[in-house]
Design a protein around this ligand. Structure first.
Ligand SMILES: *Cc1c(COP(=O)(O)O)cnc(C)c1O
Length: 520
């Protein structure tokens, strides 16, 4: 793509070089180097009054700094601009629809933010005496109550800090339960295998491996569900758990979920449900009624706490009665009128803890605010509208793009494959990159792996009909261009992004995570 031929700014009397690129940006968006490259080691936005005498008073024999720290020095306005410019390089849910399937990128209500910033939540410290943080403990207690109510499960471990860590927590509880059972039987725990369907999120097999299990894949039926016969054939005395996502990552409800849990339990294994897609069924289906033993809930998906660069996750795990005794510490207990965090379980073979302290307090506040502001009927409507929106997109795009599972409705996300691009000379990747030029963040690409060239779209309930139409109209125009053989507009895309098409494989395999000072 040619740069605008305006040339660099020149000193008076110098000729313009019409070929030189404009260095500063594009439109009103500014280019921005790394903060370290902005230089100015000697500058600061703050005046520190530290005389030599103060430094001498510090008693750190042998540890006194010999060279100044290589921190970038910026004035206050430069600092503000640096971070605002960086923020503009990132897509945000506050900017436009963020259709990443499986990620549930929904609007983060500002009410949640307001409550999380109340001084009683914002300015507390985990080492404060518990008598001074009774309100925060009450939030944790109430959040636990509603998570248990919504899932029908008797126990919840709040502390895991992401869905993946919740999975690990659940599998460690399962392992502890099997080990306890084996000890009672006077045997060694012989359950070494976790069964995972082929459509599973990558974290499922990774978690099972991390917990020390062998992973065995379970096949899928042509209509996108777990292959029951394959599951039954693989269940046996060596299986510790079955991990199933419901609704699954094809955006489909596992029709045979009750049979899956029955078979699993009959084989003496536990049923782990990946609950990242709880958004589709919250308020309508209680996982306990499906026979689930452990399920993580991504507060940052279903309960609208910011993520994707916008904040930390939180992945509480609900546990069945069989697994509840194996929950990690800490948990909130009632001592008469006061609340207390139980940090060390005296009784019961808990496996320890998942993290320092108690988890993501700010996310607890936001998630509880979201639940309370929606109420029971509101949460049910969340699920209904999320499913409706996905089906609206499915209906609008199916005439042109090929739905991977065209029969029947989908749940909260709709999966397309790339068979509609056959012979067009355009791939899923090309199509996604052209979406960036047209103003939309791409959907999840090439996942799940069970369909060719997957495009997984999850609009969430927070998109209006108008936004959905803008999105669908754009995709229909792009799809028509692809089918009409306008390959050029796809192959080089994105043309309008600050950075063009990147070598994503290289970036993933050899990430450059550290800035090194130029040597010259
Ligand atoms: C998001 C997601 C996870 C992992 O959750 P993180 O919070 O990203 O660790 C697991 N499974 C599914 C289906 C997901 O969508």
């Amino acid at each position: 793509m040619t740069m605008l031929s305006v040339g660099r700014p020149t000193r008076a009397g110098e000729a313009l070089d019409p070929e030189a690129p404009i260095p500063a940006g594009r439109g009103l968006l500014q280019d921005e180097p790394l903060i370290f490259e902005l230089g100015g080691w000697g500058q600061t936005g703050v005046d520190f009054e530290i005389g030599d005498g103060d430094l001498d008073a510090i008693d750190l024999p042998g540890l006194t700094r010999a060279a100044p720290p290589e921190l970038p020095g910026l004035s206050e306005p430069e600092t503000m601009r640096h971070y605002v410019r960086l923020s503009q390089k990132n897509h945000a849910i506050d900017l436009a629809l963020y259709p990443l399937g499986s990620c549930t990128m929904k609007h983060n209500p500002r009410l949640n933010e307001k409550l999380a910033r109340l001084p009683g939540f914002l300015d507390i410290h985990p080492l404060q005496p518990q008598s001074t943080v009774q309100g925060a403990l009450a939030v944790m207690d109430q959040l636990a109550h509603w998570l248990k109510t919504l899932t029908g499960m008797p126990a919840v471990a709040l502390s895991p800090k992401a869905g993946a860590q919740g999975e690990l927590c659940g599998l460690l509880a399962i392992r502890a339960a099997h080990e306890a059972q084996a000890a009672r039987d006077g045997e060694a725990d012989a359950r070494r295998v976790v069964l995972v369907p082929t459509s599973a999120h990558g974290t499922n097999p990774a978690t099972a491996a991390q917990a020390g299990y062998q992973v065995r894949e379970i096949g899928q039926t042509p209509d996108g569900r777990v292959d029951l016969a394959d599951l039954a054939a693989n269940l046996g005395p060596d299986v510790a758990a079955v991990m199933v996502t419901n609704p699954n990552t094809c955006g489909l409800f596992e029709r045979d979920i009750l049979e899956i849990s029955r078979l699993t339990h009959a084989a003496g294994a536990y049923f782990y449900c990946d609950g990242a897609n709880f958004n589709a069924i919250v308020g309508r289906v209680r996982p306990a009624d499906l026979g689930v033993d452990a399920m993580h809930i991504n507060l940052h998906k279903t309960f609208s706490t910011p993520h994707g660069g916008g904040g930390p996750g939180a992945g509480p795990v609900v546990l069945s009665a069989a697994l509840a005794p194996f929950a990690p510490t800490p948990w909130v207990v009632h001592d008469g009128e006061t609340l207390r965090l139980e940090e060390h379980a005296q009784d019961g073979p808990a496996f320890g803890r998942m993290c320092a302290f108690h988890g993501q307090m700010g996310m607890y506040v936001r998630a509880l605010a979201y639940m309370m502001s929606h109420g029971a009927d509101g949460l049910r409507q969340v699920a209904e509208d999320a499913v409706l929106n996905a089906n609206y997109i499915k209906a609008r795009l199916s005439g042109v793009m090929s739905a991977a599972f065209p029969d029947g409705p989908c749940m909260h996300e709709v999966l397309f494959d790339d068979s509609w691009l056959d012979g067009a000379g355009v791939t899923t990747l090309d199509f996604a990159k052209a979406m960036i030029d047209a103003g939309f963040h791409p959907m999840t690409m090439y996942f799940p792996l069970v369909v060719h060239g997957a495009m997984l779209i999850e609009p969430t309930e927070t998109e209006s009909r108008r936004e959905l139409d803008r999105f669908c109209d754009t995709l229909l125009v792009l799809a028509a261009a692809a089918k009409a053989g306008e390959v050029e507009m796809f192959k080089g895309a994105p043309f309008h992004a600050p950075l063009r098409r990147l070598d994503e494989t290289l970036a993933a395999r050899k990430p450059r995570l550290r800035w090194t000072a130029p040597t010259a």
